[in-house]
Write a protein that binds this ligand. Structure first.
Ligand code: S3P
Length: 420
C-alpha cells in the first residue's frame, strides 16, 4: 500500500481522500465557500487560485491566511491552474514560479499543484523550493482535448515522479467508453510502476465512474464539488462520499439480481456498480455463452428459443448457488417463474427501466439480440415491453431508471434503495 501524509491526514491508494475545490473570485466568495465546504468535512480542500481575482502575491497571501483560519485543520491544496491546462488565467512562467514559492513559504498550505509535465524546465527547481518549505507537491498534467494512449499516460506520470513530485496526477477527456477504460487500465499499471501515489481521472460525464472507483485505479485523491464544481464531470461531495465509503460498508450476503428489458443498461450498470463497491459481477448471458461455447444468436438460430430458455434456467440455478454477487440477467430471464424463485430466494431483484426510445437508441446498431430481429423499431420495443411488464414489475424489490441520470448517479440511486 502507498501512503503519504498531508498535514495530519494520511492518504493511501486504497481509500481515496476526497478533495473539494473552492472557486471563489473575491476574497468574500472564497471565504464563504470555504465556510460551507468545511461543514462537509472533506479530507482536503483545494484553493483554485487562478479563479481568484488577483494574481498579486501579497493579495494572495492575505486571502490565504484568512482562508487557512477558516478551514482550520483541513489540509489545503493550493492550485494555480493555467489557461493552457484548463484553468482560468494565463500567467508568465516567472510569475507562476514566484507565486508558488511565496505561497509555500507562508506554510499556510500543505500541498501545491505544479503543472510539472508542461513546465519541465522549471519543474525540478520549483518543486525543490516548494519542498524545502515543508510543503508537498502534486505534479499535474491535463488533457482537455482527448485521451492519450495508455503508454503515454503511464510515461507522463513516471516523468513527473522523476521531476520530483510527491504525488503524480493526470486528467484526460474521454470521447467514448474505450477512452475511459484506457484511463482506468493505465492507472492500474501506473500505480504499480510509479513509486509515488497517483491521482487519475477521466473528466466529463463519460468519465464520472473514474471519480468513484479509486480503489480500482489506485487514485489516492478524488475531486468532488462542494458549492461549485471546478472541472467537468465533478460529482457532488455527498454522492462521492457515499459511493467511496460503500466499498467498505456495503457487503451484502445476498445477490443483487439485475433484471429489465434489453438495453435498460443491466451490463453497464452492473459493471459500474462492481467497480464502485468491489462486489464481484457475473453477466448471466456471458456465462451462458461461455458455458455453451456459442453465441446467443446462434443458439436461437440452431435450437430455437425454448432451448435457450432451458439453458438460461440452468444458468440461473447455478448462479443462485453463489452469494454477495451482482448478477446481470438477460432481458427474458424473468419469463419463467422458477428463475424468479431462485432470484427471490438468494437475493434482491432490481428492475432497471428506460423508455422505449432510449432502449432503441442503445440497441439499434447491435446484432446480438435475436428477439428484435426484423423488429428493430421503437413501436415493437414498446409493445414487447408492455407484454412483459407483468413479468417484470411484480417481481422487483426495487426499480431504478437508467435514462434519467448519468451512470454514477444511477448506481447511487440503486445503492440508496438497496440499503433501505
Ligand atoms: C433476451 C435478452 C437478451 C438475451 C437474449 C434474450 C430477451 O439479453 O438474453 O437475446 O428475451 O429479452 P439482454 O437483455 O442483456 O439484451
Amino acid at each position: 500500500m502507498k501512503e503519504i501524509k498531508i498535514g495530519k491526514k494520511v492518504i493511501t491508494n486504497k481509500y481515496p481522500a476526497i478533495c473539494v475545490p473552492v472557486v471563489g473570485k473575491s476574497k468574500e466568495e472564497v471565504l464563504s465557500q470555504a465556510n460551507e465546504i468545511v461543514k462537509l468535512q472533506p479530507d482536503l480542500i483545494e484553493l483554485r487560485c487562478d479563479i481568484f481575482e488577483s494574481t498579486d502575491v501579497e493579495d494572495v497571501k492575505k486571502m490565504l491566511s484568512e482562508f487557512k483560519n477558516t478551514v482550520g485543520e483541513v489540509p489545503i491544496l493550493f492550485t494555480f491552474r493555467t489557461d493552457k491546462e484548463g484553468g482560468e488565467k494565463a500567467i508568465s512562467d516567472d510569475d507562476y514560479f514566484r507565486l508558488n514559492v511565496e505561497v509555500a513559504k507562508t506554510k499556510n498550505v500543505e500541498l501545491i499543484d505544479v503543472e510539472a509535465y508542461s513546465k519541465k524546465d522549471m519543474a525540478p527547481e520549483l518543486i525543490k523550493e516548494i519542498k524545502e518549505c515543508g510543503v508537498k507537491v502534486v505534479g499535474s498534467n491535463h488533457h482537455f482535448e482527448g485521451t492519450p494512449e495508455k503508454e503515454e499516460i503511464i510515461d507522463t506520470l513516471l516523468q513527473m515522479e522523476k521531476l520530483g513530485a510527491d504525488i503524480c496526477k493526470i486528467a484526460v477527456m474521454p470521447k467514448n467508453e474505450e477512452d475511459v477504460n484506457t484511463l482506468i487500465e493505465a492507472s492500474v499499471q501506473a500505480d504499480n510502476k510509479v513509486k509515488t501515489p497517483i491521482v487519475t481521472m477521466a473528466m466529463g460525464e463519460l468519465g464520472e465512474i473514474t471519480r468513484v472507483c479509486c480503489a480500482v485505479t489506485g487514485s489516492c485523491i478524488t475531486f468532488a464539488a462542494g458549492t461549485n464544481a471546478s472541472a467537468p464531470g465533478q460529482l457532488k461531495y455527498n454522492v462521492v462520499r457515499e459511493l467511496i465509503d460503500s466499498r467498505e460498508k456495503f457487503h451484502p450476503d445476498y445477490n443483487v439480481w439485475l433484471i429489465g428489458f434489453m438495453g435498460t443498461g443491466k451490463t453497464t450498470v452492473s459493471q459500474a456498480l462492481s467497480k464502485i463497491t468491489g462486489m464481484e459481477v457475473v453477466d448471466a448471458d456471458e456465462y451462458l455463452v461461455k458455458r455453451e461455447n456459442m453465441a446467443i444468436s446462434d443458439i436461437f438460430e440452431k435450437f430455437g428459443e425454448k432451448y435457450f430458455r432451458d439453458i438460461e434456467s440452468d444458468v440461473i440455478k447455478e448462479l443462485g448457488k453463489t452469494s454477495g454477487k451482482i448478477i446481470s440477467c438477460g432481458g427474458g430471464a424473468v419469463l419463467r417463474t422458477k428463475n424468479v424463485d431462485v432470484m427471490k430466494q438468494t437475493g434482491k431483484i432490481v428492475l432497471l427501466r428506460a423508455s422505449a426510445q432510449s432502449i432503441y437508441e442503445r440497441v439499434k446498431d447491435g446484432t446480438d439480440r435475436p428477439i428484435l430481429n426484423g423488429h428493430m423499431n421503437v413501436e415493437y420495443i414498446e409493445q414487447l415491453m408492455k407484454q412483459r411488464e407483468d413479468k417484470y414489475k411484480p417481481v422487483a424489490d426495487i426499480e431504478v431508471p437508467t435514462d434519467k441520470d448519468g451512470l454514477v448517479m444511477t448506481c447511487h440511486d440503486m445503492l440508496s434503495k438497496l440499503k433501505k
